[in-house]
Design a binder for this molecule. Structure first.
Ligand SMILES: [Fe+2]
Ligand SMILES: [Fe+2]
Length: 194
């Protein structure tokens, strides 16, 4: 799928605020791709498309989980966890997106996972640090991503903050999020400062 086709698709589907977020994620992912020698085209396409299913009806999302044989644990979660995996199967099966890295980056953008590909990492981080995000402490994550030279360290810090937040809210943590946290805690690339 070409960039302008992806932009039109997302523009027609999402509210303006979410559409603008999608464009900022794409721009941020491209910026990170330049720093970390990633594939700019894949990062951009996945960034534009990643939230396409954000506001889909939950019932239809559960139906997609069953139809495409996705992880059945997803059936215990809401749209926050489901919209990535559901978007990836929609892009693959309804819109002919074939690139595996783009599909994985869309699928795992919210939770991350262990052993992410470069494009997955770029989109996961871009979704957290795009300029519209005002999460407390986001500046520290931006500094890690842009100035400290380690994607894996950035991913670990994002996962840690996400898990801590979910726990304080008594929200169940999806297994891929925990796997991501543990994997990037022990990743070789991660620079330990203790
Ligand atoms: Fe999302
Ligand atoms: Fe997003």
């Amino acid at each position: 799928m070409k960039t302008d086709e992806a932009v039109s698709l997302v523009k027609a589907k999402l509210p303006e605020k979410r559409f603008n977020h999608s464009l900022r994620v794409a721009e941020t992912a491209v910026k990170l791709a330049e720093i970390y020698d990633g594939d700019k085209d894949k990062a951009e396409l996945a960034g534009i498309l990643h939230d396409y299913s954000k506001y889909d009806d939950l019932g239809s999302m559960y139906q997609m989980v069953r139809q495409y044989d996705l992880d059945s644990d997803l059936l215990s979660y809401g749209s926050e966890i489901l919209h990535g995996p559901v978007c990836a199967v929609i892009m693959e099966n309804q819109f002919g997106v074939t690139d595996e890295e783009v599909l994985l980056a869309i699928k795992n953008h919210t939770t991350g996972r262990a052993q992410m590909s470069k494009t997955e990492k770029l989109v996961f981080i871009a979704d957290y640090i795009e300029p519209g995000r005002q999460t407390p402490g986001v500046e520290e994550i931006r500094d890690l991503a842009y100035n400290q030279g380690s994607l894996d360290n950035t991913i670990y810090e994002i996962s840690k903050r996400t898990v801590l937040y979910l726990i304080t809210k008594d929200i169940t943590v999806y297994n891929a999020t925990i796997a991501c946290l543990n994997y990037y805690n022990y990743s070789d690339e991660r620079v330990k400062d203790d």
